[in-house]
Design a protein around this ligand. Structure first.
Ligand code: GLC
Length: 482
């Protein structure tokens, strides 16, 4: 949950959807593990902590719950120092923590215990990605007479089905999950339990973060082995486009930019570009097209395609900046290019929110050639800053970027079909061609992009509608069972 703990886009969504729901008049609670860095930021009084527990290996494993408020949302910090008093969230430089299954399984159980003590009972719980995947399971498998959460519905929210939380099968027994629960075998054939699969199988409904991704994950490859189960869930699977926190992503008020700008007055954007060129050691020349990329360095993101297309960009006098951290084998070739062409290629290997904002603000084009992209927030931020995205037609990218050559009147970027260097090069060539037409042609397109509404307003309404129906379904079920 941004700004407290963030690894990727999920943190942004959990940081901005709940406050939007609270603004709409809902009572919203967010439960998150009491990570070391979260506690350090909040500085809560530990004496106010209440005990909370859940059964692991047949005995009650105890922790604490601490409560505070943030933007109209109740925060529950579910703590157990043995699990969460560590520098990382999912792991550290050495890889994932070895006990993630136990850590997050316990978190799911302890969260339900904490919620049982807070009236009124929740109508619906959203479980975000595999760390929360056992919530829908425990909610049903571990119910008891007069359970306050008996009628509570659950929504498994899929931000990325490529990350499933696969753990040794004995975890199912350690958490007392009955074999073949709910008619589903939650164990994989290899004997592992998939937290995500379990959540998808047993949640009242399943939500994913864009309409196109909701269709894609029904296909082998995109579905990562969950496609049959997802297909079987039929109309219970909903694709709802993420919103953007338009308060913090606003070029008119962004303090990370050397100069603010608006759609009505783009002169500030030119100044931001010049400053960014200077900051990167490039020639500060408005006539040179600047391509930006801000990304996790991961095969998903098509970083290797950017590396293959970089020589073409350099040959065409373009400049390229890549900001991000991640896999060494992907970042090293890029660093090589930057060393060779330091006046036109920059690779900044760190997590730098402020520089990210300047790249969104100062670039002409934003590269996002993802192989798959459940939603993607970068392209929305880029559009809001008048930086035209170059994206592959997949997931949320397909739902948010309109190709300029296909739709000259409404287009906002450049879209290509195939995840290969030729596809990306083709899209970049088209962008370069537009660039040569100058501000007279480009500025109206930038304005059009900046005026799109990516706030949560619209999507939060759809969440309302979908969640209300899920809640009704569980209430009816309980009624009909008696
Ligand atoms: C994951 C996905 C990304 C999505 C984000 C928030 O990081 O990879 O596409 O935007 O979650 O839902």
């Amino acid at each position: 949950m941004a700004p407290f703990a963030k690894v990727g886009g999920l943190g942004d969504v959990v940081g901005s959807l709940p406050p939007a729901q609270a603004r709409d008049g809902h009572q919203v609670t967010v439960a998150l593990p009491a990570y070391q860095k979260v506690l350090a930021q909040l500085g809560l009084d530990p004496r106010a902590a209440r005990p909370v527990g859940y059964r692991v290996d047949g005995r009650e494993v105890m922790g604490t719950v601490q409560e505070t408020w943030h933007q109209g949302v109740r925060l529950l910090l579910i703590g157990r120092p043995e699990y969460f008093d560590r520098p990382g969230i999912y792991g550290d430089a050495g890889g994932s923590y070895w006990d993630n299954g136990e850590r997050f399984g316990w978190f799911c159980g302890a969260t339900l215990s904490a919620l049982r003590d807070i009236p009124p009972a929740a109508d619906v719980i959203l479980a975000h990605d595999w760390p929360a995947g056992l919530i829908p399971v425990f909610l049903r498998a571990h119910g008891f007479p007069d359970d306050p959460l008996e009628q509570t519905a659950s929504a498994m929210v899929l931000h990325n089905v490529a990350h499933q939380g696969l753990f040794p099968g004995d975890l199912a027994a350690r958490f007392a999950i009955p074999p073949l629960y709910g008619g589903e075998d939650l164990l994989e054939s290899a004997g592992a339990i998939s937290f995500l699969k379990a959540g998808v199988a047993l949640a009242t409904i399943v939500i994913t973060v864009s309409p196109t991704y909701a269709r894609e994950i029904l296909w082998p490859g995109y579905g990562e082995g969950l496609e049959d189960l997802l297909l079987a869930r039929g109309d219970d699977l909903h694709g709802i486009l993420n919103g953007l926190d338009v308060g913090s992503w606003n070029p008119a008020t962004d303090t990370a930019l050397p100069r603010p700008f608006t759609a009505a007055d783009l002169s500030g954007k030119a100044a931001v570009k010049a400053a960014l060129q200077h900051e990167l050691g490039f020639r500060a020349d408005a006539a040179l097209p600047l391509f930006g990329m801000v990304s996790r360095i991961d095969p998903q993101k098509g970083v290797d395609l950017v590396e293959q297309v970089a020589p073409l960009l350099v040959e065409r006098q373009a400049q390229l900046v890549v900001l991000g951290t991640g896999q060494r084998r992907l970042i090293e070739p890029l660093l090589g290019l930057a060393a060779m062409w330091h006046q036109s290629v920059a690779v900044v290997e760190r997590f730098d929110e402020s520089l990210a904002h300047r790249i969104y603000g100062g670039s002409d084009f934003f590269l996002m050639p993802s192989r798959f992209e459940p939603c993607g927030l970068g392209q929305m931020a880029a559009l809001r800053y008048g930086t035209l995205p170059i994206v592959r037609r997949t997931g949320g990218l397909a739902d948010t970027v309109i190709d300029l050559d296909e739709h000259p009147e409404t287009g906002t970027g450049f879209v290509f079909e195939h995840a290969d260097a030729a596809g990306l090069a083709w899209a970049c060539e088209r962008a370069l061609r537009r660039f040569t037409e100058g501000p007279r042609v480009l500025d109206p397109i930038r304005r059009r992009a900046m005026e799109l509404d990516f706030s949560w307003d619209h999507s939060a309404r759809i969440y309302d509608h979908v969640l209300e129906r899920a809640a009704l379904r569980e209430k009816r079920r309980v009624l009909l069972e008696y």
